[in-house]
Write a protein that binds this ligand. Structure first.
Ligand code: CU
Length: 320
């Protein structure tokens, strides 16, 4: 994985770099010019060399020069910045759309065909538009190699787009401090040639849908996918941020309630509480305050559908 300084990984790299080096160049020229002038004045007009202060009358041409030149330089910086930024807010009609979901502390990307991935996979030379969604706090999707960054704000629709122009794998970071594991909130974007991308995209067998489409549990699965539950809960028994959904429903679980360990059975009432009031009972060994309440987001009916999915998940794994 490389962050690329030399290569043009996206359509925004060259205009961005032009503005960047223009500003750096002006800053360096001003720094050296001012430092040299300052040192010269210290040397030439110190008390030994210039015993009597000489009053200086105004000099119109000098004043015009040092007003007009910096104004032009500042306008030049503005122009390059503006003209490089403007196309970023104007996505083209064509191309593909991906939904990028941020959640403490993970990105996931959902494709139009239902495919879901924690890493962004995109085809070379195709415009990619990303709908930016945050499910909890403000995050920021930052792809340094592509020279693009955008905040992801809960409750607000935002779009980011780019055309990947060089094959490779590049870093993605969260660029907005979003809590404890912010610094681990990383992902990557892989730019593949069109044929390789298509092969990956068409292969929907790896989509994490356990129930048959429209079968029992499918609705619950869809709810959880759109709410981002799978960012923290796996379906294969592995621990991610929260406990796995596999073999959860109907099993015994040790939870901490009012500071005391209690053994409970995961039933409907318990799942309801876990979803609407997650901090009242914390599964032993897991941190408090990670899972947010879904009060007002999900209904009791939604929770019943989720429970149906949890049951199906156990049955599916038992028959395999
Ligand atoms: Cu973040």
């Amino acid at each position: 994985m490389y962050s690329s300084t030399g290569i043009e990984a996206s359509n925004f790299v060259s205009s961005y770099n032009t503005a960047f080096w223009f500003i750096v160049g002006i800053s360096l020229a001003l720094l050296t010019g001012l430092t040299i002038a300052m040192l010269w004045f210290v040397y030439r007009y110190n008390k030994k060399r210039n015993k009597v202060a000489s009053p200086v009358e105004g000099n119109t041409w000098l004043e015009i020069t040092w007003t007009v030149i910096p104004v032009l330089l500042a306008l030049g910086m503005f122009y390059l910045g503006w003209s490089g930024w403007k196309p970023m807010s104007k996505p083209p009609e064509e191309g593909m759309t991906v939904t990028g979901v941020a959640r403490m502390w993970k990105f996931s990307f959902m494709y139009e065909n239902g495919k879901q991935s924690d890493e962004l996979i995109v085809p070379l030379n195709t415009p990619v538009k990303i709908n930016l969604i945050s499910l909890d706090v403000i995050h920021s999707l930052f792809i340094p190699a592509f020279r693009i960054k955008s905040d992801m704000i809960p409750g607000r629709k935002k779009l980011m787009w780019f055309i990947p122009e060089t094959e490779g794998k590049y870093d993605i970071f969260c660029a907005e401090y979003c809590g404890l594991d912010h610094s681990y909130m990383r992902s990557s974007v892989s730019v593949l040639p069109k044929e390789k991308f298509d092969a990956w995209y068409i292969d929907t067998t790896k989509i994490a849908v356990v129930p048959e489409e429209a079968g029992p549990g499918a609705e619950g699965e869809t709810i959880m996918r759109t709410q981002g539950c799978f960012a923290c809960h796996s379906t294969d028994g592995s621990k991610i941020i929260g406990p796995s959904y596999l073999n959860l429903f109907g099993e015994q679980q040790t939870v901490v309630r009012d500071g005391k360990d209690v053994i409970i059975t995961v039933d409907e009432a318990y799942v309801n509480k876990a979803v609407f009031d997650p901090n009242s009972e914390i599964v032993k060994g897991y941190p408090r305050n990670l899972m947010q309440s879904y009060k007002g987001v999900l209904t009791n009916e939604d929770v019943l559908k989720i429970i149906e999915y949890l049951k199906i998940l156990n049955e599916e794994s038992a028959t395999q």
